[in-house]
Design a protein around this ligand. Sequence first.
Ligand code: DC
Length: 225
Amino acid sequence: MGKRVITIDGPSGAGKSTISRILAHHLGYTYLDTGAMYRAVALKTLRFHLDLRNETELRALLSNLNLSFKGNKDGFHIFLDGKDVTHEIRTPEIGMQASYISSNAVVRETLWRIQRQIGEEGNVILEGRDMGTVVFPDAEVKFFLVASPEVRALRRHRELLEQGKSIEWQEVFEDVIKRDVNDTKRDLSPLRPAEDAIIIDSTQMSIEEVKNTMLKILKERMLRA
Ligand code: DC
């Protein structure tokens, strides 16, 4: 079997990260959470109070960008300038800033380059918004994971509470809706399924059911290839 690339795209809170980790563990693949990359850049722009309209400053910030990752059965960790920022980037504020900076062409081109390098190593799962449409249009298997906004907000809310953050469900829900609008309406790489993506609606499914559905498809596809 050759070196494979599996992509999982979809809106915020659909369960992409959880399922990517589970599948990576099952298949012995690495995985890349590309949303975390946008979040890390967002963190850096906030730290430096960067005005995105200042292209010279933005290019300088991105040319000094030092991102590294560890994605295995134990989860995904992202390091910005050598420091583990995995937890720090999981706030609604960074999520909004990530959604905002992700419509910037210089930011996207920089991150696409890194994503392609990692994908080319093969046997990797890449999750995000445009993995199957733009970054890896030739991926072996493309999934598009969706769920209703209410269920996605419930899942995100539960996660935030588990991390000890105090936040109302309504606020998380509004955040989900706002980010959906930003992610689907932007000109560059808007969130949409690739023509050959397999759409899975996890609204009524447990994570175990999503896993079994995906594994069944992967087995069929990979045996055929
Ligand atoms: O998946 P997430 O919520 O951690 O992603 C944060 C933001 O990053 C999201 O609102 C849109 C952006 N993003 C993107 O534009 N392209 C990707 N491949 C991944 C994330």
